[in-house]
Write a protein that binds this ligand. Structure first.
Ligand SMILES: Cc1cc2nc3c(=O)[nH]c(=O)nc-3n(C[C@H](O)[C@H](O)[C@H](O)COP(=O)(O)OP(=O)(O)OC[C@H]3O[C@@H](n4cnc5c(N)ncnc54)[C@H](O)[C@@H]3O)c2cc1C
Length: 473
């Protein structure tokens, strides 16, 4: 069979694959994406968008209830059917027509099916009907196949038909009792959503909650989940699970205790989608994360193989994957055209921010918004730091925002360079505040200059002024 030729072939049309292709085409080369499920990937249909749609209704109701005058207008609870319907529309009813039209308008070719690398720069696509097509890439192949939920080796768990994040994001009804194994972002966000939607939720968090965040953030989230009626069991570990004929799942913990639930959500982490993409054909090991250099080129990948997004394990977040996509798309174009590759720190063709300036929001109640290093991570990196904490609730803007506003801010300062290397905010509606800190960190803005960035009164941003004052400015 004759191969169809493109400049670049991208396996996986999630947010990252789509963005790589877009940059390639904008750079004047041709690109094809290969997709086995829905164009748009996990984020659009089973992750970011549907979960945040569920959580937004929760936070909007909370916001109204915490402001006298508005509170009185709230006469009922969440309308579960309406919340789920809004979620459905944000997941585009699990149809990808919109994204397919966008591909067409952007001049990107789409091949539906499972993509596998067959040899150097050659990708074979097997469609659902078994038909195959061979694609050949003049310059590069980019793996953007993402990741899938990891299931732990717990006796009887698989047979108990557990939910993964996919089922939690797309559920058509709310279970009466939901047990969650895990204590990370997905676990805490889904505990927040489902408890607000009416489930009795138990969280089994063997390693504690949000263990990569500042400890005070995790404590505030745990406390608030408990206040919402969630049973948060830190250190609890499932030993076995069994679903009976009536549909009840019984989970036995390692300490012998048992928990009953109607559904069990497993949210313990991710595994790379590299099992069946032909890595062995080019001497790489199937099933492993793909190690890359800062231009996202696969280590020992022959120079033509790149990997971006979840699959390289640098940062498992959409915005960071799309940032990588812009770098990798542009560097492939630059290399193809023989242009200078800007691969120094903060250069156009490298994903430098992955190492030191990754923003993340956990959309729990309260929200946790962070960027850069935690105090513990900065110390572990050998930095001489000063930690500055401030009670966000005592800022006028926060007090106005909600009655009894409770929140906390932490700034981690590199004492030698006098710049910020980490920032964490915890509190209702702090998500939109974090980008200011991202700019300060990426720009390596000296504290002395930040002093002149005056926050408007009365906004929550005034916490910046208070932190700088506490730092001695
Ligand atoms: C519940 C949940 C909530 C999340 N919320 C957020 C959030 O709020 N914000 C955020 O930034 N991140 C969030 N994330 C993370 C985010 O979803 C991922 O980081 C993002 O989807 C990664 O994009 P990707 O393109 O690398 O991979 P994916 O989105 O997984 O896309 C990969 C695509 O490749 C396709 N594919 C795989 N193998 C093949 C093959 N061999 N051939 C053809 N196609 C293939 C898949 O079908 C898929 O469409 C969340 C994750 C989860 C699980």
């Amino acid at each position: 069979m004759t191969a169809i030729e493109y400049d670049v072939v991208i396996i996986g049309a999630g947010p990252v694959g789509e963005n790589v292709a877009d940059r390639i085409v904008q750079g004047g080369l041709t690109a094809a994406v290969v997709e086995r499920e829905l164009v748009g990937g996990e984020c659009s249909y089973w992750a970011c968008m549907p979960t945040k749609a569920l959580l937004r209704s929760v936070s909007a109701l909370r916001a109204a209830r915490t402001v006298p005058g508005a509170r009185e207008a709230v006469t009922g609870g969440l309308d579960v059917a309406a919340v789920l319907a809004r979620r459905d529309s944000f997941a585009s009813d699990w149809k990808d027509d919109g994204q397919v039209s966008w591909l067409e308008s952007a001049g990107i070719a789409l091949h539906r099916g499972q993509g596998r690398i067959a040899s150097d720069r050659v990708v074979e696509v097997t469609g659902a009907d078994g038909a195959t097509a061979t694609l050949s890439a003049r310059h590069a192949v980019v793996v953007a196949t993402g990741s899938s939920a990891l299931l732990p080796d717990v006796a009887g768990l698989r047979q108990s038909a557990p939910w993964t994040s996919r089922e939690a994001a797309a559920a058509k009804s709310v279970p009466g009792r939901l047990a969650i194994i895990g204590g990370g972002v997905v676990a805490t966000e889904m505990a927040t959503a489902y408890s607000a939607l009416g489930s009795t939720v138990t969280v089994l968090a063997r390693h504690g909650l949000l263990h990569e965040a500042e400890p005070f953030a995790a404590e505030m989230v745990a406390e608030s989940l408990r206040r919402a009626g969630v049973s948060v069991r830190l250190g609890a570990e499932a030993a076995s699970a069994q679903r009976d004929d009536a549909g009840t799942v019984r989970i036995t913990l390692t300490d012998g205790d048992t928990i009953e639930a109607d559904e069990i959500l497993v949210a313990i982490g991710r595994t790379p989608n590299t099992q069946d993409i032909g890595l062995d054909s080019v001497g790489l090991k199937p099933g492993e994360w793909l190690a890359v250099d800062d231009t996202l080129r696969v280590v020992e990948g022959g120079g033509w193989l790149y990997a971006a997004g979840d699959v390289n394990r640098r940062v498992l977040l959409t915005h960071q994957g799309k940032y990588q996509a812009r770098a990798v798309g542009d560097v492939i174009v630059a290399r193809a055209k023989g242009e200078t590759v800007e691969d120094g720190r903060w250069g156009r063709h490298v994903a430098t921010a992955d190492h030191s300036a990754v923003p993340q929001v956990v959309f729990t109640e309260p929200e946790v918004a962070s960027v850069g290093l935690t105090a513990a991570a900065a110390e572990a990196a050998g930095l001489r730091i000063r930690v500055v904490d401030y009670n966000l609730g005592s800022v006028s803007g926060a007090a106005l925002h909600a009655e009894g506003y409770q929140g906390q801010a932490r700034m981690v300062v590199d004492e030698d360079r006098r710049v910020i290397v980490g920032f964490t905010l915890v509190g209702p509606d702090v998500a939109e505040l974090i980008h200011t800190a991202t700019i300060a960190i990426v720009g390596e803005v000296p504290l002395q200059r930040l002093w002149h960035a005056v926050p408007a009164f009365p906004t929550m941003s005034e916490v910046w002024l208070r932190l700088l004052e506490a730092e001695g400015l």
